[in-house]
Write a protein that binds this ligand. Sequence first.
Ligand code: CP
Length: 526
Amino acid sequence: MNSFKGRSLCVIDDFTKEERLYLFSQVRKLKKAVSEDDSKTVDSFRINDSDFGIYEVFLEDSTRTKESFRNAANFHHAKLTEMSADNSSFNKGESFADTFNTLCGYNNRIFIIRSKVEGVCRHLSEECASYAKRNALPFTPAFINAGDGKHEHPTQELLDEYSFLEDNDWNTDSLHIALVGDLYHGRTVHSKADGLKLWSKVKVDLIAPEELAMPESYETKMKDNGFEVRTFRSIEEYLNQSDIATKWYFTRPQLERMGEKILAKADSLRASITFQKQFMDRLPEGTKFYHPLPRHKVHPTIPTFLDDTPLNGWEKQSINGMYCRIVLLALVAGRIGDDFSEEKVCCTAEETPWIIEVQPKATSAGKDEISEGVRPIRDGIVIDHICKGDSPDEIRRYMILIRKVMGLDGLKGGEWVSQSASGAFKGIIFRPGKFSLDHKQIKRLAAVAPGCTLNIIENGKVAKKYRTSLPPRIYNFDDLMCTNEACISNDSQNEHVQAMFIKTHDNRFACAYCGRVHTFKEIFKR
Ligand code: CP
């Protein structure tokens, strides 16, 4: 059983730490064999099947990723095809799903996709697996994310991790790294939020002006993953303290994406993240610079005078790209990897229940025992403790969405803002009548109003009572939507992908496609 065969790599976390270490051991073996002219070992990596279809679809510009994959596919003697998007039926409004299903039907097994649309590989890995099953194709197509918008660049992350290990004696105990540049747009640094879990102890220094700072959700993820994170607004500020990393990872400023206001400040923004000659003697011994490249010919943040110095780690890093991608293709094709096995730690951590039925108080609607929300109802529902702690105005505004999501508009009843014993404001919605809410409807309520209680009132008594908290996953509802317009599941993409959200450590919801983090108030369409 080869656990890599047919696998997709949509985000770096799709491969475990052990799987990546295995991949890196194979890259080491291949590089050694190439340097020693050991053709037998080199050949043992080759797919060597001219019918094995590998498809490159680059909907954004690329040199390194596209050409290293192309050279990797040629190494494998596989059938490499490049789709020309300019004259494809994309231009007739065809969906991603229809396009890639078609290409799967032509015996193509691995797709390498770069797109502005975030989460496209995750969507296609699900969609095309169903197509393959419906049509009894003898394989499950694999999708490799070659960079999707501002989201992730997992194959770049592979070669970055490999390069850090190679330059650090393959040590995975600890890593201290500075990430410098456009941390806001840079998908390669976003992949590091999970990728750097490869090291047991991680310290990350984020160096970027406020306008280009790392998005809060990635910084939070780094901290959740146990990294020590520090922030600095410029290289100058960073060098004015003594704890300086020996690995610096630069990213290209993408100011052109940020509108006129930012462009007016372009020079000072670039200056804050550009290395200067006078900084040289403030670097610790053994420092190496890395860069996913390209660097800008007019405004390089690693100036070219550094090319011929020991700081240059980026050239070897770029060369490693092809070897990492050769090995990745060999693994996904099932050519190598039979000898890998990972002891899966049983990780079925008990999920905290998110709908709890609690025993209603035995008393009937006595004057003093029943809250003001429950009291006026003989038969019906009372949703209590809505958005407890928010301001009255905020609660009132949000109850409009709850009514809509729960289909409670157009019915008798009302809603108001009350105060709990602690003095915190809370919202209450009541609806008289006969209601029988099923599990799916209570799940909707838990998603849209976590922390609320649902009281079912019969004959003036609380017949049933449920407490809700955030469900671990939310999906299968038509009115969910990721707020990221670049996400494949956002309505503006017209790809008809149903949104799905996963609960984060800090009780928010991350989109299962693009990773955008939302509060519970943001996931239902308004
Ligand atoms: N590092 C990287 O993704 O470069 P390209 O845009 O040239 O592929």
